[in-house]
Design a protein around this ligand. Structure first.
Ligand code: DGY
Length: 319
């Protein structure tokens, strides 16, 4: 039996490709710290039985057709909107992701952005770094207290639930909207309309799908409180970025914290000019611990499928 070939689309953190080499695979490692362009990806994946990819790579029907031996696409991310799952299923190709291991890291980052937006940390940092700070002033950069305020969570999956758990320490009331109520959720289920109108802070923790695209658009923003903050650590397309820029410019809402963007790595130029938005470069799962666990889990999925076992974290069943 021939040794399976595994293609790895870009440089990955520790443990790197060691688990794949230990499993005895032939590893085609594109050890470049940048997204893999489509033509290179096609060439890299062509002989592969397994593909280790990241959210920066698009896996579509054309790529799958160019890689006829492919049995598994292991995405090193919990989100898998970069993969045409239906095209994979049609061709009998397993798709896996990396849930759970990044839940806490992403919930922490959500809170980091929430707090930064509420307490105007970005503005304060710019003030001090540019030498414009003239000393303590009682009315300087006043932010928003969180105690007793309402946190609205859009998407009550694992990350949304972890965000909700952290709200207890801040003594916030938590409500959520989800495709359907979550059994045992500690927060109250509300309609999307109620979430928008009641929340003092709205955090987005839902996947990017046709249904969630632009869930925050001009109309949604108009129903939010003028004092409200919006935090997005999910995927950029959930927010109509142009509408958000207009809302932040016009005082329709008070501020935002964003980790993800509609056309990453391009950021709407209007956002870059605004002081009332905190911008992070897609850092949700960026801890040493989470990234190592994501690499290991993606590798474990590849090893399982290529040795005839069930994957640990399939996104969909092939049966
Ligand atoms: C994911 O996993 O989907 C994040 O966006 C990157 O860690």
């Amino acid at each position: 039996m021939s040794v399976p070939v595994v293609a790895v689309t870009r440089q990955i953190p520790s443990p790197g490709i060691a688990p794949l080499e230990e499993a005895g695979f032939v590893v085609r490692y594109r050890e470049v710290d940048a997204a893999c362009p489509a033509d290179e990806l096609t060439e890299l994946a062509a002989p592969a039985a397994g593909l280790f990819c990241l959210l920066s790579e698009r896996v579509d029907a054309a790529l799958l057709d160019a890689a006829p031996n492919l049995r598994i696409v292991a995405n090193m991310a919990v989100g898998y909107d970069n993969i045409d799952v239906a095209a994979c299923v049609e061709r009998g190709v397993m798709v896996t992701n990396t849930p759970d291991v990044l839940t806490d890291a992403t919930a922490d980052l959500t809170w980091a952005l929430l707090l930064a937006a509420a307490r105007r940390i970005g503005e304060g940092e710019r003030l001090t770094r540019t030498g414009r700070w003239s000393g303590w002033r009682p009315g300087e950069l006043l932010g928003t207290g969180l105690g007793g305020k309402t946190l609205g969570i859009f998407g009550m999956g694992k990350i949304g639930s972890a965000v909700a758990r952290r709200a207890v320490g801040f003594e916030m009331d938590v409500i959520y909207h989800n495709r359907r109520p979550v059994p045992g959720a500690t927060a109250g289920y509300v309609s999307l309309e109620e979430l928008l109108t009641r929340s003092d802070v709205i955090v987005l923790n839902a996947p990017s799908t046709p249904e969630t695209r632009h869930v925050i658009d001009a109309a949604a923003l108009a129903t939010m409180k003028p004092t409200a903050l919006l935090v997005n650590t999910a995927r950029g397309p959930l927010v109509d970025e142009a509408a958000l820029v207009a809302a932040l410019q016009g005082g329709v809402i008070a501020g935002a914290g964003l980790d993800v963007y509609e056309a990453e790595p391009v950021i709407h130029p209007g956002l870059l000019e605004l002081d009332n938005v905190v911008l992070a470069p897609h850092l949700g799962s960026a801890t040493h611990e989470a990234r190592a666990a994501m690499v290991q889990l993606a590798c474990d999925n590849l090893v399982a499928v290529l040795s005839g076992q069930q994957p640990l974290t399939p996104v969909i069943s092939l049966r």
